[in-house]
Design a protein around this ligand. Structure first.
Ligand SMILES: [Zn+2]
Length: 346
C-alpha cells in the first residue's frame, strides 16, 4: 500500500488528518468547503478525500488516513467510472443552473455502489446567483448518505449562506522552505536559482512549474538586474523600453515589483554582512540570499544606496501596488518604480 502523501497534496496533511479523524468516528459533515489560493492543491485534496470516502477498506493509521488503492471503489474511482461520484465544475465561465438541477436529480436516488455518494463542486466561486440559490436548498437539506466537497479560492467569493452550511477547511500554501526542497528534488531549475524561484510560488508547486514553463520570471530578473547595474545614463536610456515591457499587464508589473523586492532585500542583507567579519557567517548569509547566483553583481552595486534608501524604495513599491488597483496608468507606475532607483543611486 502506498503510504506516501501524493506530491500534489503535500502541505495539506493537517486537513487530511482532521478529515480522517471525523470519518473514522462517523462524524462527517454533509458539506465541506476547501478554501485557498489557486494552485495550493485544493482540487487534488478534494479528489483525495473523495477517494477516501468511496474506498471500501480505508486505512486509518496514526498518521494519514488512506484509501486502500485496490478495492472496487478505489479502482472505479481511479477510472472515474464510480457511479457514486458526481463532479460539477464550471461550464465555460460559470456553474449553471441546469448543472445544479442535474446534480439534484442524481442526489435524489440512493447511492448505487457505495455506502455514500460524493459530489465534488469545483471552483464553486464561479457559481452564478440562480445556481447558488438552487444549491443552497441541497446544502440545507442534503439527502442522506451524500457528501458534498466544494472548492473555492475565497469564502468572500461565495454567498455567506453557502459558506455557513459548509464546514470550511483552509488549504494553506507550502512554506517557502518546502517549495525550495521540491524545486531541488524535481530539478525544476539550477539549484542556485531555487531560492529566487520559491519567492514566486505563493506556496504552490504547480504555480512554480507554470512559472518555469512560461519562462518569464528569469528573463525579467535578468533585465532588471541589467538595469540596476547600469550607470545613470544607460539606465535612463533603458527606462522607456523596460517600463513598457513590465507594464504589459497587472500581473507582469506585480512580478517585476516582486523581483525588485528580492534584489532590495538581498542588498540590505549584504550591507549587514559587510559589518560581520566572520567568514563562516558571511558564507552562510550568502546562502540565504534570494539571488545567491548574482551575489557578485549585487555586491558591486550595494555601495550605491544607503540602508535607508533601500527601505524607502520598498515602501514606495508597497504604495505602487496599492495605486495599481486605483486606475492609474500601469506604464506610469512601472516607470516610477524604476526611476526611484535612478534618482536615489549615488
Ligand atoms: Zn479502496
Amino acid at each position: 500500500m502506498n503510504r506516501q502523501v501524493p506530491a500534489d497534496i503535500s502541505g495539506q496533511e493537517r486537513a487530511i488528518r482532521v478529515f480522517g479523524r471525523m470519518m473514522k468516528r462517523d462524524l462527517l459533515a454533509h458539506a465541506y468547503l476547501l478554501v485557498g489560493p489557486s494552485g495550493v492543491g485544493k482540487e487534488a485534496l478534494a479528489f483525495s478525500l473523495a477517494k477516501l470516502l468511496l474506498c471500501e477498506h480505508p486505512y486509518f493509521g496514526e498518521d494519514h488516513p488512506r484509501p486502500c488503492g485496490s478495492c472496487a471503489g478505489c479502482i472505479k474511482f481511479e477510472h472515474r467510472t464510480h457511479p457514486d461520484l458526481e463532479i460539477l465544475k464550471p461550464q465555460g465561465a460559470m456553474i449553471k443552473l441546469d448543472q445544479v438541477r442535474d446534480l439534484q436529480r442524481a442526489l435524489s436516488f440512493s447511492p448505487l455502489d457505495s455506502q455514500r455518494r460524493v459530489c465534488l463542486i469545483l471552483e464553486a466561486q464561479k457559481i452564478n446567483l440562480p445556481s447558488a440559490n438552487a444549491l443552497l436548498k441541497t446544502l440545507e437539506e442534503p439527502p442522506d448518505r451524500n457528501h458534498l466537497l466544494l472548492t473555492a479560492t475565497s469564502v468572500r467569493a461565495l454567498l455567506p449562506t453557502i459558506v455557513s452550511r459548509c464546514q470550511v477547511i483552509h488549504c494553506e500554501g507550502l512554506p517557502v522552505s518546502a517549495i525550495m526542497e521540491r524545486i531541488k528534488e524535481e530539478r525544476l531549475c539550477p539549484s542556485e536559482s531555487a531560492q529566487f524561484l520559491s519567492c514566486f510560488s505563493e506556496g504552490s508547486i504547480s504555480k512554480t512549474r507554470d512559472l518555469i514553463e512560461q519562462d518569464v520570471v528569469f528573463s525579467v530578473r535578468e533585465k532588471l538586474l541589467e538595469f540596476l547595474k547600469s550607470e545613470r545614463k544607460k539606465a535612463l536610456s533603458m527606462l522607456f523600453i523596460l517600463s513598457k515591457q513590465i507594464s504589459d499587464s497587472r500581473e507582469s508589473i506585480l512580478l517585476a515589483v516582486q523581483v525588485i523586492r528580492t534584489f532590495l532585500r538581498d542588498l540590505m542583507m549584504l550591507k549587514g554582512f559587510r559589518n560581520d567579519d566572520r567568514k563562516e557567517s558571511k558564507e552562510h548569509g550568502i546562502q540565504t540570499l534570494f539571488n545567491p547566483d548574482y551575489v557578485s553583481e549585487l555586491q558591486a552595486i550595494s555601495h550605491l544606496f544607503s540602508f535607508q534608501d533601500l527601505v524607502e524604495y520598498c515602501q514606495w513599491l508597497d504604495k505602487l501596488e496599492w495605486l495599481l488597483d486605483r486606475n492609474i496608468s500601469r506604464e506610469f507606475l512601472a516607470e516610477s518604480a524604476l526611476i526611484f532607483w535612478i534618482r536615489k543611486r549615488r
